[in-house]
Write a protein that binds this ligand. Structure first.
Ligand code: CA2
Length: 160
């Protein structure tokens, strides 16, 4: 039986994970991060996953430990879309992502390569990602879920 949204029941899930302080998206620093909220990003992701027949979980945490637990829980899923935010520089988060068989797409709302602080581009986590989308605001989340739909189920997603 098809679920109401068109998503197959028991279908593999896409996990969209968000790190520290992203709950503030849309409330502060609009010149850098825009005015869209994380709830807006979730709506975009859900629409794409529904179209692709995949279930989707969307979460945000201010705790690095919880983010690692969420990555581990998603390691065999259809795909992980992650904005690690301040945890982008964490060896532990990198190690958790490296343990995943699911394709990992990293998202940053801002263009971390064009920010005034050069260290923002020195992310560790990107080394575990199939690809990275940075600078498109919350549209980046939609593009990343589209990418997961396109590559999910490939024999070796890691091989691109
Ligand atoms: O551009 C991104 O998505 C970032 O991952 C956001 C992180 C930042 O540390 C990264 O360098 C780039 C910051 C997340 C905090 O988000 C806020 C949003 C609005 C107001 C204050 C913080």
């Amino acid at each position: 039986r098809q679920a109401k949204s068109g998503t197959k029941q028991g279908a593999k899930s896409i996990h969209v994970l968000n790190g520290p302080n992203l709950n503030l998206l849309g409330e502060r620093e609009p010149e850098i991060y825009g005015t869209d909220t994380l709830a807006d990003a979730e709506r975009l992701c859900r629409a794409v996953a529904d179209d692709g027949g995949l279930a989707l979980t969307f979460s945000q945490t201010n705790s690095e430990a919880e983010l690692i637990d969420q990555i581990q829980a998603a390691r065999g899923s259809a795909g992980i879309v992650i904005n690690p935010a301040g945890c982008s520089y964490s060896v532990s988060v990198l190690d958790a992502l490296r343990a995943c068989t699911a394709p990992v797409i990293e998202v940053h709302v801002s263009n971390i390569h064009a920010r005034s602080e050069p260290w923002r581009a020195e992310t560790l986590t990107t080394a575990a990602a199939m690809g990275v989308i940075s600078g498109f605001g919350i549209l980046g989340y939609r593009l990343a879920v589209e990418a997961v739909c396109a590559v999910s189920g490939r024999k070796s997603a890691k091989g691109h």
